[in-house]
Design a protein around this ligand. Structure first.
Ligand code: COA
Length: 260
């Protein structure tokens, strides 16, 4: 698939997806949604890609959400059809068993906030803003916002954001645990690269088990989650990388993980 609205590049085992509609603040239309899902699915089956980074083109926005030009003529049936037979991009990202970092270079609103939240780690510029302003255009979040935001920041703050359509500053988002780190704009890419390089040095198979374990915590009761962790923990011991990690430590050398 040739992409018109995103850029997908692979550099040194990292897949970089850039939403590329800066003139409309990287608003997500149907094409963006399809291309984004396609690129994530490509990364999924590509052993060359160890970590994925998602960002937006330009210096103003990560993404200002769904493309509102689609909405005046949209019917309920069309809204259902939007997701028929396929997973939403945010679900595909959440279920991708590789680490995904959101490099938030500005506004992350509506579907932009949802996209960032679907990633495992969020690094943002100090002037970034987060919010679910769908209420301003007469809808509610449709990309997981009501569910994931509530789990991340709690019921009250989620309802405030969804009911007022207000924005959070990067500082507020950091305080609420919505983002991992905020940095000056010129430090955004180097900071992301540093984190990505650290993650890249770990075992892909153990990273996968870790992601499954943490995702489970948001989806099940504590007792089911703890049982699941026990199984995933035991699975580590069936891998070559677990032996390599322990032996490297004992032999006082760096581990050489192969993903097996
Ligand atoms: N869908 C379609 N176009 C959008 C868009 C969106 N979600 N968000 C921004 N744009 C377009 C604007 O229409 C404008 O296009 P134009 O230059 O052809 O007029 C361009 O992007 C720049 O946006 P503009 O509104 O001029 O920038 P601003 O700095 O004044 O305001 C925002 C920025 C983000 C506050 C404002 O654009 C906004 O509220 N966008 C909608 C956010 C939203 O509600 N998202 C959820 C959608 S369900």
């Amino acid at each position: 698939m040739d992409y018109q609205t995103i850029i997908y590049e692979i550099k040194e085992n990292v897949g970089w997806i850039t939403l590329n509609r800066p003139d409309v603040l990287n608003a997500q239309n149907d094409t963006v949604r399809k291309e984004l899902t396609d690129a994530v699915n490509k990364a999924k089956v590509d052993d060359n890609v160890r970590v994925l980074v998602i960002t937006g083109a330009g210096d103003k926005a990560f993404s200002a959400g769904a493309d509102i030009t689609m909405f005046p003529s949209m019917t309920s049936a069309a809204a259902i059809d939007m997701f028929k037979g396929e997973k939403r991009a945010v679900q595909t990202i959440r279920e991708l068993l590789k680490p995904v970092v959101a490099m938030v270079n500005g506004l992350a609103l509506g579907g932009g906030c949802e996209l960032a939240m679907a990633c495992d780690i969020i690094i943002a510029t100090e002037d970034a803003k987060f919010g679910q302003p769908e209420i301003n255009v007469g809808i509610i979040p449709g990309g997981g916002g009501s569910q994931i935001l509530t789990r991340l920041v709690g019921e009250k703050k989620a309802k405030e954001l969804i009911m007022t359509g207000g924005f959070l500053s990067a500082q507020e988002a950091l305080g609420l645990g919505l983002v991992n780190k905020i940095v000056p704009r010129n430090e955004l890419k180097p900071t992301v690269e540093k984190i990505v390089n650290k993650i890249k040095s770990k075992s892909p198979v153990i990273l996968k088990l870790g992601k499954i374990a943490v995702n489970k915590a948001l989806e099940t009761s504590l007792s089911v989650g703890l049982e699941s962790e026990k199984e995933l923990f035991a699975m580590c011991f069936g891998t070559k990388d677990q032996k390599e990690g322990a032996n490297a430590f004992l032999e006082k050398r760096k581990p050489d993980f192969t993903g097996e």
